[in-house]
Design a protein around this ligand. Structure first.
Ligand code: AMP
Ligand code: ZN
Length: 686
């Protein structure tokens, strides 16, 4: 048997090892479920032994509370930007100057991908992450350490003990960006135009807990300290000590070899897990770099090759409309498949009806597509010379493609809207939004499954998701659903039923204009769903007085909660046992039976731990996540270790079981002292 400290160390190591395999090597070693199990064990262990928590524990990636602003970080060695090369001539000119500057005939370069994200500097001391800052103006950046600590691709510990000042890029994978944007779209928040904006925006959130929800990745490509003679040795070392690197560096003797790499890499780069818009060419010998030095703005020993944005031509076969959660119809071009930037494109966004009209895009037209930093290809223009004679201007639909009800165009809006509250298209989009990461996080419900659930009427509103575990047999009957995947879905739903904070639930509901930040403010004000449902119209509209919530948002919340369909759906959620409470700021119940008492809950009970926390707070008691000095009671269920009870005794907390707790709860504040006596008698023998 290992001691808790040994087990803690082993868990931290194992979790870090799996994260390394996943984020650095791209070779996952465990399933998500196994990873979750380890992580949960770690949390439980730390709850029982708070003294074991270290800054490097994987549990410490949750993000610190919001700040007022960012501290400035002045750096000794400026972070540089790069000069650009757009043609072979530009590159040869760069090479000529470098050779002349260094007085040599040929130079060995390293060519590597240029990652499209936000630049970052991260410092490790004695193997630990101690500081992270944005580029800022190069000389002075902003301290974003607590944000960067939430990024799981960035190790909290590395095996190199010497100081390392690393430079690299924080980015979002193209596939992840779509999920983030989907959530933002329906929450009324502006979409990120490209992965770079998304990464930069996420990095600079004042509330690092929000950064923690963003799927950020990292790659390092430079080290300020001179521990090596060449760039490629340095990169290999970074990888060896556990840091994520691009692992695509190629040493090229002379500029012709660089040009060959650039040509070859153009087709490879689209298969990479990060967005690249070019190749960075760097002098490999670090001593040569010193000789070359910097111009006023750029190093003379590196340059960035930029690939031209790719365009392609194809025929537009049809224009259909996607129905969004709020009923907005987005026109989509259905195309003859065409290869573009490494993928086959058969759909492109047309943004809105006005664009179709202003560009006069017609079915049958040959159109020019572009896919640059953006993920979704755009229709740039129409080749009018190639237009067949029989085409006609496109007519917007008069009826919803999902439900067939007439659509409306609201004054001043560019979009058509389906206003049918029971539209299956809207429900599908709403369910997708509801179940994504950052919301209820039941992402095992994929697109096609959601479609089947809606079509078969197994799910008729958001609340029905929580009735699915009871309908197992029907789930197994669906297309492509085996026992095992059904079990995975049921487990994920059970975790979401009681495991989400109230603001996550509110965000996931997708109330128009209410994104995750506003949802948090509303959740903090009301504490839980029951309180929100019971709030009066005046209370709801008074949300307007909260800093960060405008009149329009408050009105939107009020309208949502006054809609009988939505109310019925939310009541159904409560009836199905959905517990979503707001930690910390839940409103205090004055004078309840447990007023002035604090409880730490441990072990297993018939009820979920979250439900017990609710009971405690509802009776005016305080919940302590771990036993600390001043914790009145350790409420122990089954299977509680002796370590835990010993520790509680040491810290002066009294041990009670469920019966003791019930007695306390029913006693009321007047009999507090006698109730305590009673509870003492009921205390377990330790
Ligand atoms: P630019 O922003 O166009 O001036 O390009 C310079 C930026 O490219 C740097 O500040 C880095 O943030 C970024 N970058 C991306 N990948 C690399 C790489 N492999 N090496 C150096 N810089 C890179
Ligand atoms: Zn509809």
């Amino acid at each position: 048997m290992s001691t808790p400290a040994e087990r803690h160390r082993a868990l931290c190591d194992e979790i870090a090892r799996h994260a390394h395999a996943y984020y650095v090597l791209d070779l996952p070693t465990v399933s998500d479920a196994e990873y979750d199990a380890l992580y949960r064990e770690l949390l439980a262990l730390e709850e029982a032994h708070p003294e074991l928590v270290t800054p490097s524990s994987p549990s410490q990636r949750v993000g610190a509370a919001p700040r007022e602003g960012f501290r400035k970080v002045e750096r000794a060695v400026r972070m540089y930007s790069l000069d650009n090369a757009y043609s072979a001539d530009d590159l040869r000119e760069f090479d000529r100057r470098a050779r002349e500057g260094a007085g040599v005939d040929t130079i060995a370069y390293v060519a590597e991908p240029k990652i499209d994200g936000a630049s970052i500097e991260v410092t490790y001391e004695d193997g630990r992450l101690v500081l992270a800052s944005t580029r800022g103006d190069g000389a002075v950046g902003e301290d974003v350490t607590s944000n960067v600590r939430t990024i799981r691709a960035v190790p909290l510990e590395v095996s190199e003990r010497r100081r390392m000042t690393l430079r690299g890029e924080i980015f979002i994978r193209p596939a992840d960006l779509e999920a983030v944007n989907e959530m933002r779209r329906t929450a009324g928040e502006p979409e990120f135009a490209n992965p770079r904006n998304a990464a930069a925006g996420s990095l600079r959130l004042l509330d690092a807990r929000l950064t923690a929800e963003r799927p950020l990745r990292a790659v390092f490509y430079d080290l300020v300290e001179r521990y090596f003679e060449t760039h490629h040795e340095m990169l290999a070392h970074l990888h060896a000590v556990g840091l994520p690197t691009h692992r695509r560096d190629t040493r090229c003797e002379g500029i012709d070899a660089v040009l060959e790499f650039i040509a070859r890499f153009d087709s490879e780069r689209h298969g990479l897990p990060f967005e690249t818009d070019g190749v960075v060419v760097k002098v490999d010998e670090l001593s040569l770099r010193d000789e070359l030095g910097f111009t006023a703005r750029f190093p003379r020993w590196a340059t960035a090759w930029k690939y031209a944005a790719e365009t392609g031509a194809t025929v537009l076969r049809a224009i259909t409309c996607d129905v969004g959660r709020t009923g907005a119809l987005t026109p989509v071009a259905i195309l003859d498949p065409v290869p573009l930037s490494g993928t086959t494109v058969s759909r492109a966004s047309l943004h809105n009806l006005d664009q179709i009209a202003s560009k006069d895009i017609r079915v049958g037209d040959t159109v020019i597509l572009q896919k640059a930093g953006e993920i979704i290809p755009q229709v740039l223009s129409v080749v009018t010379e190639a237009r067949p004679v029989e085409t006609v201007p496109w007519e917007p639909p008069t009826h919803c493609p999902a439900c067939g009800e007439p659509v409306v165009r609201e004054a001043g809006e560019a979009a058509l809207r389906c206003v049918n509250a029971r539209c299956p298209g809207r429900l599908e989009a709403g369910l997708w939004y509801f179940t994504r990461r950052g919301g209820m996080d039941i992402d095992r419900l994929g697109r096609s499954l959601i479609g089947q659930l809606v079509a078969s009427k197994l799910v008729t509103d958001l609340a029905d998701v929580f009735a699915l575990p009871a309908k197992r047999d029907q789930l197994v009957g669906l297309e492509r659903m085996g026992e095992k995947s059904v079990q995975g879905i049921v487990d994920a739903i059970e975790r979401a039923r009681t495991g989400r904070t109230f603001d996550r639930l509110l965000t996931a509901l997708g109330i128009p204009l209410v994104g995750s930040v506003a949802a948090k403010l509303v959740a903090d004000r009301f504490g839980d769903l029951r309180r929100l449902l019971d709030a009066s119209s005046e209370e709801l509209r008074a949300l307007e007085s909260i800093d960060g919530i405008g009149a329009k948002m408050a009105e939107s919340v009020a309208r949502f909660l006054e809609d009988p369909d939505q109310r019925a759906m939310l009541e159904k959620m409560l009836a199905l046992g959905v517990v979503a409470r707001q930690p910390e700021k839940a409103p205090k119940v004055e004078g309840g039976a447990l007023a002035g008492l604090s409880f730490c809950v441990t072990g297993s009970f018939d009820q979920k731990r979250e439900a017990i926390w609710e009971l405690i707070e509802a009776a005016g008691g305080e919940v302590h996540k771990s036993v600390k000095k001043g914790t009145s009671y350790l409420l122990a269920g089954e299977k509680v270790g002796k370590n835990k009870t010993d520790d509680a005794a040491k810290k002066g907390a009294k041990l009670i079981d469920w019966a003791g707790f019930e007695a306390l709860r029913s006693a009321g504040p007047a009999q507090e002292s006698s109730a305590e006596g009673e509870a003492d008698q009921l205390a377990l023998e330790v």
